[in-house]
Ligand binder design. Structure first.
Ligand SMILES: [Fe+2]
Ligand SMILES: [Fe+2]
Length: 443
């Protein structure tokens, strides 16, 4: 039984499925044309994108003769045979290919293309930064959609258009609404298809990646098949959590799905905590950032919205909710949730600088939290990154932990993180390019 899958979410999910099916039947051309045999060519994050990259793609039929070709810009090309795996899910078969490029030179411009006996792609660009280059990352919150993933496509494309020099992109989990629905993965991939050919993609696993077509939990088969992620040395949880370096930042991606994995694949909390300590002790990067799907605050108290301390004088930041009656009835208090209780003491000890989360479908900047309490300058800075799809929840407000939130009901958003040796610069944007929050962390 899903602990966190309420009737409200179930009805929402059923509606999402129905609308999405209608959309696909009505606009089938939006799925990448099946006549193009080589589909969803993508760059996937590696432990260090200055010197390595994983390239993946898919075909509808098996092509054991397929090859990846890469070269320094306009230089002689090298050809590599990929690993090919057949993946069957939701009565849909796809062949998934993966190549690891492990010996790239830092600070170079490469090109790559894919060939098979029936088609070939153009040359695509692949750039490797220098080891400590500053960078900008695009950060996408939950992208699950009930509109054929049109909202997601719009957010992703606008973010890249507004930040064409972004070096890589992160998805914070709940990429799709239903992790077994192959048509949802197709529509989600269509939304990002031009972007991830150009810059690496780094996903975080969300709870919706673990849902089957009956809205019960299963192992996140599709997510695990689609993303060949940096090795975490785990026997039981390969690709569930991992870490990587970009410029001056060490990113640690944690998995918060122990409720969903209960009885299917147990033990992820203990294993991750041991791994997290080692992972952080092995990095010499100046900045340490954690990415995980579920937020550290439990929101379920509509009374918090009626606080007289609510800010009311800013047209963009802090506009009150209009309809508190729609909020779920509960007597719970807003406080640190189970995810926070488990991980935050370790973040405090390990001197993590920032923690990015999602899952609430709302943007909240919590600022520093230390020892479970708001702090002026101790402990990591926490951000709940917002919503990049069209599935919206009513989320209460806590003056104690929510130092900044955006107008309610909010529209879709994305974040950027720009990092150099001196600072981490976090920004939150609406899809029209309007910046609605900015936070600078220096040390
Ligand atoms: Fe979500
Ligand atoms: Fe979620």
């Amino acid at each position: 039984m899903l602990k966190s899958f309420t009737r409200r979410n179930f009805l929402k999910a059923v509606t999402a499925t129905a609308v999405g099916t209608w959309f696909l039947n009505t606009f089938p051309a939006l799925a990448e044309a099946s006549s193009n045999e080589i589909q969803y060519v993508r760059q996937i994050i590696t432990k260090n994108i200055s010197k390595s990259r994983t390239i993946m793609w898919q075909t509808a039929k098996p092509h054991p003769e397929a090859r990846l070709h890469y070269r320094l810009e306009n230089g002689p090309a090298t050809s590599i045979q990929p690993v090919m795996e057949e993946f069957v899910d939701d009565n849909h078969t796809t062949f998934i290919y993966s190549v690891s490029l492990d010996e790239l030179k830092r600070g170079e411009s490469y090109q790559y293309k894919i060939t098979c006996n029936t088609s070939e792609t153009p040359w695509y660009s692949l750039t490797t930064p220098h080891e400590n280059d500053s960078f900008t990352a695009l950060i996408f919150p939950d992208s699950q959609c009930s509109d054929g993933y049109i909202t997601w496509r719009n957010v992703a494309h606008n973010a890249y258009r507004q930040h064409p020099n972004a070096n890589f992109m992160v998805s914070m989990g709940d990429l799709v609404d239903n992790g077994e629905a192959s048509w949802q993965w197709t529509q989600w991939q269509d939304g990002i298809n031009e972007l991830w050919k150009a810059i690496p993609f780094a996903p975080v696993m969300g709870n919706h990646e673990t849902y089957n077509l009956n809205w019960l939990c299963r192992l996140p088969k599709a997510y695990l098949a689609l993303f060949n992620l940096p090795d975490n040395q785990s026997q039981n949880f390969k690709d569930y959590y991992y870490s990587y370096d970009v410029g001056p930042v060490h990113f640690t991606v944690l998995n918060t799905m122990w409720d969903e994995l209960h009885g299917l694949n147990d033990g992820i909390i203990t294993e991750q905590i041991e791994w997290l300590k080692k992972d952080i002790s092995h990095t010499d990067k100046k900045w340490k950032v954690v990415l995980m799907h579920k937020d550290v605050i439990f929101y379920d108290d509509p009374d918090a919205l009626r606080s007289p301390a609510y800010p009311k004088n800013n047209p963009v930041i802090g506009t009150p909710y209009e309809n508190t009656d729609e909020l779920p009835e509960t007597t719970s208090l807003i406080d640190i949730d189970e995810v926070g209780r488990i991980f935050m003491p370790h973040f405090d000890k390990l001197k993590i600088d920032a923690v990015l989360t999602a899952h609430q479908h709302t943007y909240r900047r919590h600022n520093h939290i230390y020892d479970f309490k708001p702090s002026k300058d101790k402990g990591p800075v926490y951000f709940c990154t917002g919503i990049a799809g069209n599935v919206r929840y009513n989320v209460a407000f806590t003056r104690r932990f929510d130092q900044k939130f955006i107008a309610q009901p909010e529209t879709e958003n994305y974040m950027t993180l720009t990092a150099d040796d001196e600072k981490l610069l976090f920004r939150c944007y609406l899809t029209n390019g309007k910046m609605v929050d900015e936070y600078i962390l220096e040390k």
